[in-house]
Design a protein around this ligand. Structure first.
Ligand SMILES: [Zn+2]
Length: 500
């Protein structure tokens, strides 16, 4: 018996030795691939929030001398570049697990590092900043932009006025309230006793009233980054997450990633293009549908006040209408032709070319009616009919004059629905800005094209735009939740009568 036991102890010893050999303890000390005790998030006013779990997640590992020892570190500025900060001028807020926070200026972060302490918790080593900034046990790092670009924050806007653009980073700095919602309760019986477990979600709630005047009774629509829309409800809540706010009601998250709110939105929407056209077709009317790409409501008003659009000025007063988010062509061509918002038709960004629901052209065909679409130079979304392309342009890239000629050749061919997409105003807006002289001259030319088309059309006319335009450093653009981009004029009237 005794001998056997000794033998087994000896065998065990051999086995243990071989295991140590295989695992290679030398390698372990060399690599030091250790996960941090807690992941580190870099969030706030950034395009691309990141989570760092180990040194390996950083672009490079450095060695520095710190308090008379050699330490492995990663570079703060390299991590921040990975997040793509919104704007060039920012501050950096370090937040520790215990709530202690340090805010440092964001310039010259070349000698700022992050290391892991003995307990594998993240700590800051900032050589140029005061020693008090060397915060330990960091939970997250928040970028606070001091020069948010347009569309880089949470926008609150209304017709005619952009009320505020709020920094997500600032919400982290200012603080938030925390509340919980019950997710569910589970029960289990063990030896005749009941045991329960209730799970909760914890949320960080931001009060927008602290930042902008939003009356309790204000009507509004909350917009999501994928074109979701929800009415602003009295019991709605905004939840701070990573680099955005989520919108919540009750215990439901309605919009995971919001872009902002439009207060006091107009009744008229771009989706009414579909509904109004359908109603008119049902009534046996013929419809001329003119899309003026990139004519914002403020541009229309400015052009009218300055005498650039004599024909449009003579029409019945247009309604102000709101487009869907994001205010770009493909999204709103889809919204106008399908009558749905992007969250339903699925075209919520550039690059998606097919709506998930049928367009008005499909409806027209089902009714045994005829339709044509004069478009170009490119396809915007796939249509159920073969459109007439106008590819040729003049030296300045214009082609609406050719498109108008193509339309006039076909306008008396008996179509029930006749669609034309004019693009020159948008092109000028991008090149020169929303209210520049050249853009106004393009709006003026478009006014004359519309006059010629309307004069030849014996039926109803619906004129609208897919988005507006705002000025940028080198021209103009449109894609944000701001009034310049979101509102447009909407006309519906009888054609032909202006011919006499
Ligand atoms: Zn455009």
């Amino acid at each position: 018996m005794k001998e056997k036991r000794w033998l087994s102890i000896f065998l065990f010893f051999l086995l243990a030795m071989s295991l140590v050999g295989f695992s290679g303890c030398e390698e372990e000390t060399q690599e030091q691939v250790q996960n941090a005790a807690f992941p580190l998030e870099i969030i706030g006013d950034v395009e691309n929030p990141i989570t760092i779990r180990a040194f390996d997640d950083a672009p490079e590992i450095y060695e520095i001398e710190h308090r008379e020892e050699t330490k492995q570190v990663i570079s703060l500025s390299e991590l921040i570049s990975m997040t793509i900060p919104r704007g060039n001028d920012f501050e950096v807020l370090f937040k520790a697990h215990d709530g202690f926070s340090v805010l440092i200026s964001g310039e010259d972060l070349e000698e700022n590092y992050l290391a892991l302490d003995q307990d594998l918790r993240w700590e800051a080593i900032n050589f140029k900043h005061p020693r008090s900034s060397n915060i330990k046990n960091i939970k997250n790092i928040v970028i606070l932009s001091k020069d948010l670009p347009i569309g880089g924050g949470f926008n609150i806007t209304e017709p005619g006025e952009n009320i505020a653009q709020l920094s997500i980073g600032r919400f982290y700095k200012d603080g938030y309230s925390v509340f919980s919602t019950v997710r569910g309760t589970a029960m289990q019986t063990h030896d005749g006793e009941d045991y329960s477990a209730t799970s909760y979600y914890r949320y960080q709630e931001v009060s927008l009233q602290n930042y902008a005047e939003i009356p309790d009774t204000a009507s509004g629509i909350v917009f999501g980054n994928k074109g979701e829309e929800e009415p602003l409800a009295e019991d709605g809540r905004f939840i701070l997450r990573s680099n955005h706010l989520s919108y919540m009601q009750g215990d439901q998250i309605l919009i995971p990633e919001t872009r902002g709110i439009v207060l006091n939105p107009p009744q008229k929407r771009i989706t009414h293009v579909y509904e109004d056209t359908k109603t008119l077709l049902d009534e046996g009317e013929k419809v001329l549908l003119i899309l003026v790409d990139g004519l914002g409501y403020h541009q229309f008003e400015y052009a009218r006040a300055n005498g650039y659009i004599p024909f449009l000025d003579g029409l019945p007063e247009p309604e102000m209408a709101m487009v869907t988010y994001p205010p770009v062509t493909v999204v709103n061509v889809a919204s106008s032709l399908t009558g749905e918002i992007p969250a339903v038709h699925g075209v919520y960004r550039r690059g998606i070319r097919r709506a998930e629901v049928p367009t008005i052209f499909s409806y027209t065909e089902e009714q045994g009616k005829s339709a044509t679409a004069i478009i170009g130079p490119m396809t915007i979304i796939e249509l159920e009919i073969d459109p007439v392309f106008t590819v040729r342009t003049d030296d300045e890239g214009r082609n609406d004059h050719i498109k108008t000629e193509n339309a006039l050749e076909r306008i008396h061919q008996g179509y029930d629905l006749f669609h034309i997409h004019l693009k020159d105003v948008d092109r000028a807006g991008h090149n020169y800005g929303d209210l520049s002289q050249k853009t106004l001259e393009e709006i003026q030319r478009t006014d004359s094209y519309i006059e010629r088309l309307v004069a030849e059309w014996d039926g109803k006319v619906l004129i609208y735009a897919d988005h507006g335009m705002h000025s940028t450093e080198d021209g103009g653009d449109h894609r944000h939740l701001i009034y310049e981009d979101m509102f447009m004029p909407y006309w519906l009237f009888d054609g032909g009568m202006f011919n006499d």
